[in-house]
Design a protein around this ligand. Structure first.
Ligand code: FAD
Length: 431
């Protein structure tokens, strides 16, 4: 397997044009930092409102989490319905669940409206249980769907073979209205839309420091009346708010093209995007041209940068998958690549004003693509002076199990690890 992001390959096949780096000092009304899904959607909302925008991106638009992602476009993410129900109660969970649901629709409708060629394809979402514990997790998730009035189909170990070519899973929950997407191509397409609408985009232009009105790069600076920060793995030099997010590691691999027979055996009832019930879950889906995309991580390596370029973890994920689907035993995986998902301590993103400086808005720790699309649009709304209606859920002064003062003594990695597990399994928010 070669260490290369397969999505980049699909972009290069299109002979893409990249934007020049910033080499001058300029000013604008709205400055967006970061060209992932969040930053691009912030810029789209602003330009659709007739505003003048500059966007600075460290590498290429979509070059970080967004363009490395597996492209499961589903409201499900690190935040399951069961978790939301426990944390927020029925009415709160309904409200919060509407965020990623809107996010899916924002991306789908944007791709459709601007005819962005990004392999968008309807695929159901499939949450599967591993062992007895997993069966219980699926049962709880199904009950939470029922309580919130969300449609689903459930499968037992006996019936799961109707939808997946295995009987290794102990239960399954399937939902519709979800999509598979090539997010690298989506980001590239959205960048073209923004350029056509007059947004000035500078790629290869890392922001090295940020003061109240100005972002400084190596060769130039941009002064903005209002600044929206949508960058990942933020350094303290850019803002001390970097303490509010950290990243969890996952790995992906892409196979050669499956035969029609293998595709039918794998998904006898149509293509699905599948993930399992483990704390650090494994996942797989087919691309539009029927390659198998597989991903996963491990508890030990989630926060450990030492493994970043190693293939050890993804090889184990592939071995486990082949045990569940023996007819894929000889399938070759050609590419693998790592990715780091930014998350906050309680897994909900932060979209809020800088407490020190109200003309800066920070978008931190989006736990999924739909969340990022929504957060970008919401940050733009705040920059345009709209009310901060999501403050209770997305505000940065919400209560965390491990507050910043304790994190200071405990260290960042232990604080995030403990708080992430607490939020996933135990947290109940004030209502
Ligand atoms: C391997 C992997 C698989 C995933 N799979 C899925 C999935 O299937 N479904 C799903 O919903 N979610 C998935 N996610 C999560 C999803 O990708 C993220 O939630 C989403 O992309 C976050 O978007 P963003 O715009 O907030 O961040 P990013 O896409 O990371 O964008 C941030 C941008 O800021 C830029 N930047 C960073 N520092 C600077 C700086 N100093 N100056 C200028 N620019 C800077 C970066 O280069 C980057 O382009 C996955 C993530 C990973 C890593």
């Amino acid at each position: 397997m070669r260490l290369e992001n397969w999505w980049e390959r699909t972009l290069l096949e299109k002979k893409p044009k990249f934007c020049a780096l910033l080499q001058e000092d300029i000013s604008c009304s709205f400055l967006v930092l970061g060209g992932g899904v969040a930053g691009l959607h912030a810029a789209l909302s602003l330009v659709e409102a007739g505003k003048e925008i500059v966007l600075l991106e460290k590498s290429i638009c979509g070059g970080s989490s967004s363009g490395r992602s597996s492209g499961f476009l589903t409201p499900d993410s690190e935040l399951e319905v069961y978790q939301m129900l426990r944390r927020y109660g029925i009415s709160g969970a309904k409200k919060v669940w509407s965020i990623p649901v809107q996010g899916v629709e924002i991306i789908r409708s944007t791709a459709e409206k601007y005819k962005i060629s990004c392999d968008l394809e309807k695929q159901d979402s499939f949450f599967v249980g591993i062992r007895k514990q997993g069966e219980e997790a699926v049962r709880k998730e199904a009950k939470a769907h029922l309580d919130l009035g969300l449609p689903y189909t459930s499968y037992s170990q006996e019936s799961i073979g109707q939808a997946l070519g295995t009987s290794s899973y102990t239960a399954g929950l399937r939902t519709t209205d979800t999509f598979a997407i090539n997010m690298m191509l989506y980001c590239y397409g959205l960048k073209q839309v923004l350029l056509k609408k007059g947004v000035r985009i500078f790629e290869n232009s890392e922001v090295l420091s940020l003061d109240s009105t100005t972002a400084h790069t190596k060769k130039g600076k941009v002064t903005g009346k209002s600044i929206i920060v949508c960058i990942d793995k933020m350094k303290e030099k850019v803002s001390p708010l970097a303490r509010k997010s950290y990243h969890a590691q996952t790995f992906l691999a892409m196979s050669t093209v499956l035969s029609d027979e293998q595709v039918h055996k794998l998904f006898p009832d149509g293509k699905c995007m599948v993930w399992d019930s483990q704390l650090i879950y494994s996942y797989f889906r087919l691309t539009k041209d029927n390659r198998l995309l597989v991903g996963g991580g491990s508890v030990l390596t989630t926060y450990d940068p030492w493994y970043f370029e190693s293939s050890i973890i993804i090889e184990k994920v592939i071995r486990d998958l082949k045990k569940n689907f023996p007819f894929l035993e000889h399938l070759t995986f050609e590419y693998y690549w790592p990715g780091q998902i930014d998350i906050t301590k309680d897994i909900m993103p932060i979209v809020d004003y800088d407490p020190e400086d109200k003309n800066k808005i920070f978008v931190l720790g989006n736990p999924g693509l739909p969340w990022a699309a929504f957060s970008g649009g919401y940050a733009a709304a705040l920059a345009l002076g709209k009310k901060d209606v999501w403050k209770n859920y997305l505000g940065m002064d919400r209560k965390f199990f491990i507050p910043d003062e304790v994190q200071f003594f405990l260290g960042k990695i232990p604080s995030f690890a403990i708080n992430n597990v607490y939020s996933k399994y135990y947290q109940v928010d004030e209502r």
